[in-house]
Design a protein around this ligand. Structure first.
Ligand SMILES: [Zn+2]
Ligand SMILES: [Zn+2]
Length: 491
């Protein structure tokens, strides 16, 4: 799920102010729509400027320096944040939902209304992709990616990747809200309604993701050939089943892989087109092994359980922080500023729930990524503690034995794959990512395991212990919430 989009959904629908709806005048309607369009035009100009600047710099010097890449990825991130800030201004300062409601008149369909509310954000994203295209193209061309898509196709692909996920999520979200407000009106009035809905949506998205992804992303089966044979042999050797291995067409924009679906029948492994073009077969097999690792260690299932169990944690947190929060918003907002009080309350709730996910989910997620990394190394290892000579287990028909240990060459292959993926995606080695940690540390960790099977065992039991601790914590939170009636507090 694209993160900016998640924020945009929060901005658009998370802090909706209740209260009677009074339509705008025609003049107000016109001026607000023009102002919103003006912001879209500004974003478009800024991104075109950035795209042009990078492409002329590279054209003049003949290569893209690291400083330029860094500068570009930083500026692109600032642009992304400015889009969110602009969208927040459009929504809250100019009351965009009110503009939409006035324009639509009475009795609109909720989904249409929500789509129009989101429209300024979508437009700003489209024009920014359009503007950044020359920079994206020239920065990728340095890595042997020759077949880049044309500008229109590039924007379309990115839009399909993002919006193809938005539409189903939006429908689930709005249907869910309708259902909740009809069945449990008190819950939908509570500030905790949103975090709880996000939890439930997390579970739903996990369950439905194979369907969404096939709808949203253009994919085709990986054709028969040496690569497919290698991956299928590896899958069989490691006891992994899926319904297909797919090439994910991104117009060479994405170097990535993912696995989706907890059940083998609805499970796909997606390898992006650029990943297949830029990495060698051994490295692709290592990345494939990482994805198998997520399934072999049941990470997706654990995340589903995590989201459900977090309902209990959120209930207890609500119990703990609501009274002081109410007092605070009374002091700051008082009866005279009910809207301010509501914003403070909503912001604190979002912040607490966000912090919980950032810290706990982030930590578990990083451990799981490491576990998948170790599995990826194992998948391309020959199982001998010392090599070369390194045996290629997937080139020897009839060889079913799966080496259970890591070998030096296997670790090297995986580290190379990781390095290539990072470089191709313009990532920096030292920069930490919330879900993955930094590339440099991931590689250092794997290299530290070389020739030390006992260190691997220690790591595996550490992760198992973490799972048990988190599971016990979540289950007790749910039980305590049920026993003390904190759950009632959510209703
Ligand atoms: Zn992973
Ligand atoms: Zn080996």
């Amino acid at each position: 799920m694209p993160l900016p989009l998640l924020f945009a959904l929060f901005l658009a629908f998370g802090l909706e102010s209740a209260g009677p709806f009074n339509p705008l005048t025609q003049a107000e309607l016109g001026s607000r729509a023009t102002a919103a369009l003006g912001l879209v035009a500004l974003v478009s100009l800024a991104s075109m400027g950035l795209g042009l600047w990078v492409s002329t710099r590279v054209a003049r010097t003949g290569h893209a320096s690291n400083a330029l890449r860094r500068g570009y990825s930083r500026s692109a991130r600032i642009l992304e944040i400015s889009i969110l800030v602009s969208f927040s201004v459009i929504i809250h300062e100019w009351q965009w939902p009110r503009v939409v409601r006035t324009a639509l008149g009475a009795g609109p369909v909720a989904v249409v209304e929500e789509a129009l509310i989101l429209l300024p954000f979508v437009l700003m994203q489209l024009v920014s992709w359009w503007g950044l295209y020359p920079a994206e193209k020239i920065l990728r061309s340095g890595f042997g990616v020759t077949r880049t898509a044309g500008r229109g196709r590039y924007v379309l692909l990115r839009a399909r990747q993002t919006l193809g996920l938005v539409l189903p999520v939006l429908v689930v979200f709005s249907l869910g809200q309708d259902l909740v407000s009809r069945q449990w009106p008190e819950l939908s009035a509570s500030a905790w309604a949103l975090p709880i809905e996000v939890c439930l949506m997390g579970v739903l998205v996990l369950v439905l993701s194979p369907l969404f992804i096939r709808l949203a992303w253009p994919t085709r089966p990986l054709p028969h050939g040496p690569l497919r044979e290698r991956l299928e042999h590896q899958a069989q050797r490691l006891g992994f089943r899926c319904s297909d291995i797919l090439i994910w067409d991104t117009g060479q924009a994405v170097v990535n892989a993912c696995v989706t679906g907890s059940l083998p029948r609805f499970r796909y492994v997606l390898l992006s087109d650029a990943l297949i073009d830029c990495l060698n077969d051994h490295e692709i097999a290592a990345v494939f092994g990482h994805e198998i690792g997520h399934i072999a260690h049941r990470h997706l299932l654990f995340f589903g359980f995590f989201f459900l169990g977090s309902l209990g944690v959120l209930a207890l947190m609500g119990e703990a922080i609501d009274p002081p929060l109410l007092a605070l918003s009374n002091v700051l907002g008082g009866q005279s500023h009910p809207v301010l009080g509501m914003i403070i309350q909503a912001a604190t709730v979002l912040l607490t729930a966000g912090l919980y996910f950032l810290v706990v989910f982030g930590h578990v997620s990083r451990r799981f990524e490491r576990q998948a990394d170790v599995f990826g190394c194992r998948a391309v290892s020959c199982g001998q503690v010392e090599c070369p000579p390194h045996l290629d287990l997937d080139r020897q028909p009839g060889r079913e034995s799966s080496g259970s240990g890591l070998c030096p060459v296997g670790i090297r292959i995986f580290a190379n794959a990781l390095t290539n993926v990072a470089t191709l995606n313009g990532m920096e080695f030292k920069t930490r990512s919330w879900r993955h940690g930094s590339i440099a540390r991931r590689i250092a960790f794997l290299e530290g395991l070389e020739g030390k099977p006992e260190a691997v065992n220690r790591f595996q039991s550490d992760v198992s212990r973490l799972r048990v601790v988190v599971a016990v914590g979540l289950i007790s939170a749910v039980l305590i919430a049920l026993a003390t009636g904190s759950v009632d507090h959510l209703r």
